[in-house]
Design a binder for this molecule. Structure first.
Ligand SMILES: *Cc1c(COP(=O)(O)O)cnc(C)c1O
Length: 424
């Protein structure tokens, strides 16, 4: 008997996704075949270990699936090693910490309130509890403060410097960060969870030659299932000097594999790994570069449209798929903006802006991203219309009638961009 309650709710979620404008920068719409791969019998299989070295029988098929996922991912980023088992981006970062650091070691990452991520040393997260975390920020112009990064690094001598962010609209100078790390013998971790798809499409700086280890999610701009990955282009001897039973120093790739399993996770989600393999196959198709280019064109068109209406963009623009907007000149909080836009079926998130004077639950800003609407087929000339919708809601923020009118127009607008028509 079908579980009507849950499948009804799944149907409602499909309608919600179809009727709205999705501007959450970390979300996307996978292809139908990515979802189909995930919803299969592969979910039934236990496969602790790695291809060819499992702790369970019957792994000959999932071995091929996982090997294909690894080989495709290496090709996507021209990497020499990859692990596709982390259940999420946070798990991927945790595994790197487990592999490279001892509890109490010093780490240096971008401050959460300046666009960084919880797992980069926030006191609320394991990374800030188990390690001694230091932070760099952004300048008044909203750009990563590389001078501060260097000053803190030279003073505190962290074992690892983390670059990457969740709410930063500019590209990174990976070479400059590596040069700082080399002065103190630190490792560099690049967490490319957000811009990974644009890096895969060669549209942003390539972190792989400068950063020792790269982590990412697979569900943001890579447009795959929810999950995490760890990669390297150049393997190296592990910094902790871990020896195998024969007394040989282990390579970092081997230490990282051991940190994911058995260090941190149990059985891998082979059905999700199958879906990751499908997504990586799609990225290797030439069409993905076109998608990446359209993301950047859409983000820039949207940024221009916001500026035209006197919205203040942090760093005055964007190089990637997102923008961060300070709403203080409009006298609206991030919380109020998010909640009211939700009523008009425009989804995005409130976000602290650099040097914010409001709490993280209220915030002065919103984060706006275009990967999902770009997947739906919206182009540059749509961006002005979207900003018009947003502006109408924000300028009539206490006028329920206006907000509901926008909701109807949004629904009509998005009907022209069918989402999963095959699902009926
Ligand atoms: C999204 C994100 C993550 C975490 O990914 P989850 O899959 O939600 O655990 C890690 N790092 C950065 C920079 C992110 O933006």
């Amino acid at each position: 008997m079908q579980d009507k309650v849950i499948f009804d709710l799944i149907g409602q979620e499909l309608e919600r996704q179809r009727n709205g404008i999705e501007l959450i920068a970390s979300e996307n719409f996978t292809s139908l075949q990515v979802m189909q791969a995930m919803g299969t019998v592969v979910t039934n299989k236990y496969a602790e270990g790695y291809p060819g070295k499992r702790y369970y029988g019957g792994c000959e098929i999932v071995d091929q699936i996982e090997t294909l996922a690894i080989e495709r991912l290496k090709k996507v980023f021209n990497a020499s090693w990859a692990n596709v088992q982390p259940h999420s981006g946070a798990q991927a970062n945790t595994a790197v910490f487990v592999a490279c650091l001892k509890p109490g070691d010093k780490i240096l990452g971008l401050d959460l309130s300046m666009g960084g991520h919880l797992t980069h040393g926030s006191p609320a997260n394991f990374s800030g509890k188990n390690y001694q975390a230091f932070h760099y920020g952004v300048t008044k112009d909203g750009l990563v403060d590389y001078e501060q990064l260097e000053a803190v690094a030279l003073k505190e001598r962290p074992s690892m410097i983390i670059c990457g962010a969740s709410a930063y609209s500019r590209d990174w100078d990976y070479a400059r960060i590596r040069a700082v790390a080399d002065k103190i013998g630190a490792l560099v971790l690049a967490d490319i969870a957000h811009p990974a798809g644009l890096i895969a499409a060669n549209l942003l700086n390539d972190p792989f030659d400068h950063c020792h280890i790269i982590t990412s999610t697979t569900h943001k701009t890579l447009r795959g299932p929810r999950g995490g990955i760890i990669m390297m282009r150049h393997d190296f001897e592990n910094p902790m000097g871990i020896k195998d039973p024969k007394g040989n120093t282990r390579l970092m790739s081997s230490v990282l594999d051991l940190a994911v399993f058995p260090g941190m996770q149990g059985g891998p989600l082979e059905h999700v790994i199958a879906a990751k393999a499908v997504a990586f196959g799609e990225i290797l198709n030439d069409q993905f570069k076109v998608y990446g280019q359209q993301i950047i064109q859409n983000a820039q068109a949207m940024a221009r449209a916001f500026v035209k209406k006197d919205y203040q963009l942090i760093s005055n623009g964007t190089d990637n798929h997102l923008m961060l907007i300070d709403l203080r000149n409009k006298n609206i909080t991030g919380k109020k903006a998010q909640e009211t836009l939700d009523k008009a079926h425009i989804t995005l998130n409130k976000n602290a802006v650099p040097f914010d004077d409001k709490s993280p639950f209220v915030t002065s800003g919103i984060r706006v991203g275009v990967p999902a609407i770009t997947t739906r087929g919206l182009k540059e000339n749509d961006m002005e219309n979207l900003v018009e919708f947003i502006d109408r809601v924000l300028m009539n923020i206490d006028d329920e009638k206006q907000v509901l009118a926008v909701k109807e127009e949004v629904k009509q607008y998005m009907a022209a961009y069918p989402l999963y028509p095959e699902l009926g």
